[in-house]
Design a protein around this ligand. Structure first.
Ligand SMILES: Nc1ncnc2c1ncn2[C@@H]1O[C@H](COP(=O)(O)OP(=O)(O)OP(=O)(O)O)[C@@H](O)[C@H]1O
Ligand SMILES: [Mg+2]
Length: 226
């Protein structure tokens, strides 16, 4: 875990690393750097985060759900480490990424993990609309289905007024497809379970029951604590 760069800069190779190990490591670093997480969260030291007992207990549950390819929902008020946990789950996925021989040989990569905010997810799909669309809707949705692990943050933010039905249907469609493909999804929201169930709808909530669950981050904010 600590092995994968805490910063965005790849560490220096050591003389004991074989050339193949070095290429595998480069693939993992590229997957990590390309996942879309914010630098603030990428540069935290994993071992220091685990010092918080409740955060650490939630971490174990979240890891198990992701391993079982379920949907895990991180809920709570501001600043208590939900986004950080989503990013740490991405760190694990990238650390465990085993490139195929073809990927190593041709320098290609599969999509390992991706971080997005719900608003960005909607913006990605909206690119398929308008008079000169840059991408088809199918391709836009595919971008969100490809990563093995997808973290969707700020899920409490609705898309606004007029197209909220469209936004809700799109969200459900992506989660349902990922559920079918057995790809784990992390949902993060600043609300309680009751509010989340209301905004996510019965279709998603029902899927969370299978190999998934809710984690409540019910401790004070880390922000401003030194
Ligand atoms: N276990 C932890 N121990 C110490 N610091 C932490 C821990 N988890 C997160 N932090 C730090 O606390 C700050 C807030 O964390 P984070 O952004 O994950 O909160 P959040 O729950 O997503 O907040 P918000 O709901 O406002 O988005 C960040 O600087 C983060 O690195
Ligand atoms: Mg956050």
């Amino acid at each position: 875990m600590e092995d994968l760069a805490q910063s965005k800069t790849p560490p220096q190779e050591t003389s004991q690393t074989s050339p193949r190990d070095g290429v595998v490591r480069d693939h993992r670093i590229l997957a990590w750097q390309g996942a879309g997480a914010d630098e603030r969260h990428m540069t935290r030291k994993h071992s220091e985060l685990l010092a918080h007992e409740k955060w650490s207990a939630c971490w174990k549950v979240a890891c198990k759900v992701v391993e079982d390819c379920g949907i895990i929902v991180l809920l709570g008020s501001r600043g208590n480490g939900k986004t950080q946990m989503g990013v740490e789950l991405i760190r694990v996925a990238c650390s465990n990424y085993e490139p195929t021989e073809d990927e190593l040989q041709y320098g290609t990569m599969r999509a390992v993990a991706s971080y997005t905010r719900l608003r960005d997810l909607h913006m990605t799909i909206r690119q398929a609309y308008g008079s000169a669309p840059k991408i088809s809707e199918k391709d836009a949705v595919h971008l969100l289905l490809r990563p093995h692990l997808l973290v969707i943050d700020e899920c409490q933010e609705s898309s606004g007024s007029k197209d909220s039905d469209w936004a809700a249907q799109t969200f459900t469609y992506i989660l349902d497809k990922r559920y079918g493909l057995m790809r784990p999804t992390v949902l993060i929201a600043n609300c309680n379970k009751q509010q989340f169930v209301k905004l996510a709808g019965s279709s998603i909530t029902d899927r969370i029951k299978e190999d998934g669950g809710f984690l409540s981050f019910d401790w004070p904010s880390f922000r401003g604590v030194k």
